[in-house]
Design a protein around this ligand. Structure first.
Ligand code: HEM
Length: 374
């Protein structure tokens, strides 16, 4: 647990070693918000985030240093807590550039052609109220209270300019971005994040995660974030035989090795067959269909979290994976998600929420995230 600088070449929270907890929120700018409101909001958010990520209150007077006659600037629940590796990552959705045919903030000419609402996929069951959003904020920390404090205070700062459209708490990271991190497990009990793009993989990040010369210029060094709220029907999964679970994923459950053998990090051999001539790694297994070899070399940086949001009234846990991936273009996610339409795993999944945002590069000290857009 430490301090991750808010300012830098890229926004923190992408290649940063994945923290244990997430609070994610999608915001809508209020009706009538003007271009200046959007600019001032991004300024105020960046300033507050640069302080909170150092373990400080949102302003210098903060929770208890201001006038006793006024509500405090900071809500106070993180007083005394360390920075806890907090990162705050901001993104801008397609509607910022055009909504219902209206270019609300005179930004239409700056729109990245790749920033379009995601197409619908087979099996989507999206809740419109849990989908989309003009802006997104991903707060990750090793202490859940610190992540919640960040979203709560950013939401308070946004008052009158933007408000929360939907939000998601996550626990138990399902990915790793640092070679030193052990691979965690998702709610199906499998290691998740084995074949991820790591912070140390400079070529992988350059080719698959950071927006390059294709631009637009304001987004160079940034990325695109895709979020998918995926319900996992853990009750039916839990009734599957172990061998069937492993066939579905394409990896063994204990070690995380692919079913063609080796250890967790051995590359899969999709041509390997058993003594009856059947593919060891099922052609419809998740790992095979999601693998770059099945998708023209496409890769994603995954950074998702588990969630359990109470129960669903039919005696089942409302459990799942809040899938987050960063990529140089949303097209990468679309390619993989389309390939997964025949995935054996899809029988146990339901996508109920979704969003895509352009994630600007990092800001310099004294500047703010998204400044180059205006
Ligand atoms: C790999 C689980 C959804 C893309 C994996 C692995 C597991 C897993 C256990 C193998 C370990 C690893 O390399 O991380 C799940 C579960 C999901 C889910 C439980 C839903 C609840 C998705 C979605 C996508 C995706 C929606 C993208 C559209 C990938 C990719 C890999 C992977 C790209 C790495 C493939 C490779 O290079 O070997 N997933 N996944 N997954 N998954 Fe998923």
């Amino acid at each position: 647990s430490g301090i991750h600088p808010f300012f830098g070449e890229h926004q923190a929270g992408i290649t940063t070693p994945v923290q244990d907890h997430l609070h994610f929120a999608a915001f809508d700018l209020v009706d009538g918000a003007a271009r200046d409101d959007l600019i001032s909001l991004l300024q105020d958010w960046s300033y507050a985030a640069s302080r909170m990520t150092q373990g400080l209150d949102v302003t210098a007077s903060g929770a208890v240093g201001g006038s006793p006659e006024a509500p405090p600037d900071d809500t106070g629940e993180a007083l005394g807590l360390p920075a806890s590796s907090l990162t705050v990552t901001f993104g801008l959705g397609p509607d910022v550039f055009e909504k219902d045919g209206v270019d609300r903030f005179a930004l239409g000419s700056q729109r990245p052609p790749a920033l379009q609402p995601l197409p619908s996929f087979l099996g989507d069951d999206l809740d419109p109220l849990g989908t989309g959003g003009d802006l997104c904020v991903q707060a990750c920390a090793d202490d859940p209270q610190v992540a919640v404090h960040a979203i709560r205070n950013l939401s308070r700062i946004a008052f009158g300019r933007a408000r929360i459209r939907w939000a998601q708490l996550g626990f138990g990271r399902t990915s790793r971005t640092d070679a030193a991190q052990a691979t965690p497990r998702n709610l199906f009990g499998f290691k998740d994040g084995t074949a991820n793009i790591l912070a140390s993989d400079g070529d992988g990040l350059r080719d698959h995660v950071w927006v390059g010369e294709e631009g637009p210029a304001w987004l160079a060094g940034g990325s695109y974030l895709v979020a998918r709220r995926i319900r996992q029907t853990i009750e039916s999964w839990d009734r599957l035989r172990l061998s069937e679970q492993e066939r579905t994923i394409g990896r063994d459950k204990r070690v995380g090795a692919t079913l063609s053998g080796g250890d967790e990090f051995t590359a899969p051999d999709f041509s390997a067959t058993d003594d009856r001539g059947r593919a060891r790694i099922d052609v419809r297994s998740h790992v095979r269909l999601a693998h770059p070899d099945s998708n023209g070399g496409v890769r994603l940086l995954r950074r998702g979290y588990n969630f359990v949001d109470g129960n669903d009234g039919r005696g089942s846990l409302e459990a799942g994976l809040f899938f987050l991936s960063y990529q140089r273009s949303p097209e990468q996610f679309v390619t993989v998600q389309r390939a997964l339409s025949t995935d054996l795993l899809s029988e146990y999944l339901r996508h109920v929420g979704s969003g895509v945002w352009a994630v600007p590069p990092g800001a310099r000290d004294g500047s703010f995230v998204g400044e180059a857009l205006f």
